[in-house]
Design a protein around this ligand. Structure first.
Ligand code: DAH
Length: 339
């Protein structure tokens, strides 16, 4: 009997089938009630008692081997496209998962696109900067609080190497290296030494714009801002400029837009005022032009800077800044159809 079992084992190990009917035929031949293996089990009662242990074990092994082999053959056929000797075109396709653009990238591209239509070109600068380009050339006083370690990440002191706190540093780099007319837009990441919360982060993104030429006026700035606001937030958007202060612009202003959630009527988002602040701007301070080698008697310019997170919050009402850097796909996938 042992010989018979071993011969069957060899036979079964070598089985092959080219379609489901053949697999079924093999199953019937070996495993069905009257199949070869169950009939061996029937013969088992005639085995001499001293051989029962060895034969029983071999029989069980044979049975496991046979059912595994039949399953294997069946699975191999199901997984191959040649299941019934032909392609099954009704089988569902494997889904292709498309990635999504990050909301900050979407908004940054939209801002750049609007300024590109006005003739601005992209300029970039390093994130690891020096004191001159981030502060001194931009007319920051020696004791300005932004120069403090509390606000700025320093990589080194004396000479100062630091992470830029704003993209205005790209302004001074471009002005040093080119002559007017200058019309640039500078997108980039900036860093500040802030505790991370829903409303503040130690890094975020800004877009800066700079226009320097003969006879650039505040009216040019205002018209550019109005065009930007209406392209970005819709044709009914109103803007208002409030006097402000930045070391590198004189005069300086902050721009509000009519709240795009309530249309200016007043809601919880705009704290009932109907207006929300979106950017800082002004006429480039003559000291800055001079520090960068541009004659302030011949040229004037305007500059503006905005936070990409801020604009994104306004467009998509993202309540917590941390969402932007957590890479939670459930959040990111919400922007799938945004563009
Ligand atoms: N650099 C400013 C900031 O980080 C933003 C800014 C304000 C940029 C006014 C400008 C500007 O170019 O004119 O908050």
């Amino acid at each position: 009997m042992i010989d018979k079992i071993n011969a069957l084992k060899d036979q079964i190990a070598a089985l092959a089938a080219s379609n489901a009917d053949e697999v079924e035929a093999l199953r019937i031949k070996y495993l069905s009630k009257k199949g070869e293996i169950p009939s061996l089990f029937n013969d088992f009662r005639n085995v001499a008692p001293e051989d029962k242990r060895q034969v029983g074990q071999a029989l069980n092994e044979l049975k496991t081997l046979a059912s595994e082999k039949i399953n294997q053959l069946r699975e191999a056929l199901e997984n191959s496209d040649a299941g019934e000797g032909q392609l099954d075109l009704t089988r569902p396709a494997s889904p292709v998962r498309l990635g999504t653009r990050h909301p900050l990238s979407l908004v940054r591209e939209e801002i750049i696109d609007i300024f590109r239509r006005l003739g601005f070109t992209i300029a970039e600068g390093p994130e690891v900067e020096d004191d001159w380009h981030v502060f001194s050339s931009l007319n920051f006083a020696a004791d300005h609080p932004a120069r403090d370690m509390q606000d700025t990440f320093f990589v080194n002191r004396m000479p100062d190497v630091l992470l830029r706190t704003h993209t205005s540093s790209v302004q001074s780099r471009v002005m040093e290296n080119s002559r007017p007319p200058i019309r640039i837009i500078c997108p980039g990441r900036v860093y500040r030494n802030e505790a991370i919360s829903a409303r503040a982060h130690c890094f975020f993104h800004q877009v800066e714009a700079l226009y320097v030429d003969r006879n650039v006026s505040f009216a040019d700035l205002r018209q550019t801002l109005l065009y930007f606001a209406r392209e970005m937030f819709g044709p009914d958007t109103q803007i208002r400029l409030r006097p402000s202060y930045f070391p590198f612009t004189e005069p300086s202003a902050e721009m509000d837009i009519s709240c795009n959630l309530c249309g200016g009527k007043g809601c919880s988002f705009c704290k009932g005022t109907g207006w929300v602040e979106i950017l800082g701007c002004g006429m480039v301070d003559p000291n800055v032009l001079e520090a960068c080698g541009i004659d302030p008697n011949e040229y004037t310019g305007f500059a503006l800077g905005m936070g990409v997170e801020r604009i994104t919050n306004l467009k998509y009402q993202v309540k917590d800044l941390r969402m932007f850097s957590e890479n939670d796909v459930r959040f990111l996938e919400e922007f799938e159809s945004a563009h």
